[in-house]
Design a protein around this ligand. Structure first.
Ligand code: ITT
Length: 220
């Protein structure tokens, strides 16, 4: 009998976790998250790009846990703020700020600015313990609202208006958001080449930990 491969979602963000789980739910993998493994040290997200930080998070989790790991680094890039908060989106407003605080701070910085253009960007990194990783990217363009609208989603969703659907991300259902979002687009590529990704993982996992390579597989 072949056991499903394990993939660890290396994020502490509940909103991201549920979107990623839902986008990968039809595939033959067992998804775990960091909470399934007890405390592991925090990674310092000090990279200059989404790419750097996604790789740091994925490779750290893979190394520490011994399983392939998928990490997401994402954020909101606002044109009138020269790309801020960008890679610093999670820390915008300080370490203790809530999602609501960050939205409020953004709206107050944007007060009176005519250029409301912004984009969510997402880099997904899938890493194995030995170091190599695959990278996928997604981007979604929209506008910053004048006030928060909607109660779904997480993070900056209430202040991100998506013109093609005439709603903020927080007014969309989870499925609607996943169809068009930065994360949905990046993971769409993973879905499209899922078999290749699994083969790549198998080739790069150290033999004893190779997930899905159980004693009964070896006897056949
Ligand atoms: P992990 O590092 O544990 O994954 P995090 O929340 O710290 O969780 P990031 O460092 O990638 O994640 O920071 C992303 C920031 O951008 C964070 O404030 C999110 O709330 C926000 N963000 C990312 N994707 C978003 C989305 O789809 N909708 C709204 N906000 C989003």
């Amino acid at each position: 009998m072949t056991h499903p491969r394990i993939l660890v979602i290396a994020t502490r963000n509940k909103g991201k976790t549920s979107e990623i789980r839902s986008l990968l739910k039809d595939f033959p993998i067992e998804i775990k998250n960091l909470n399934d493994f007890g405390p592991i040290p925090e990674v310092e997200e000090d990279g200059d790009t989404f790419d750097d930080n996604a790789y740091k998070k994925a490779s750290f989790a893979a190394r520490v846990l011994g399983f392939p790991a998928l990490a997401d680094d994402s954020g909101l890039v606002v044109a009138a703020l020269d790309g801020r908060p960008g890679v610093h989106s999670a820390r915008y407003g300080g370490a203790d700020a809530t999602d609501e605080d960050r939205c409020e701070k953004l709206l107050s910085e944007m007060k009176g600015l005519a250029n409301r253009q912004a984009a969510f960007e997402c880099v997904i990194s899938i890493a194995v313990p030995a170091g190599p990783a695959l990278t996928y990217e997604g981007r979604c363009e929209g506008l910053i609202t004048e006030a928060p609208e909607g109660r779904n989603g997480f993070g900056y969703d209430p202040v991100f208006y998506y013109p093609p659907l005439g709603k903020t991300f927080a007014q969309l259902s989870g499925e609607e958001k996943n169809r068009v979002s930065h994360r949905g687009k990046a993971l769409m590529e993973v879905r499209e080449e899922f078999d290749k990704v699994m083969k790549w993982i198998d080739i790069h996992m150290p033999a004893p930990e190779r997930v899905g390579c159980q004693a009964d597989d070896l006897s056949s």
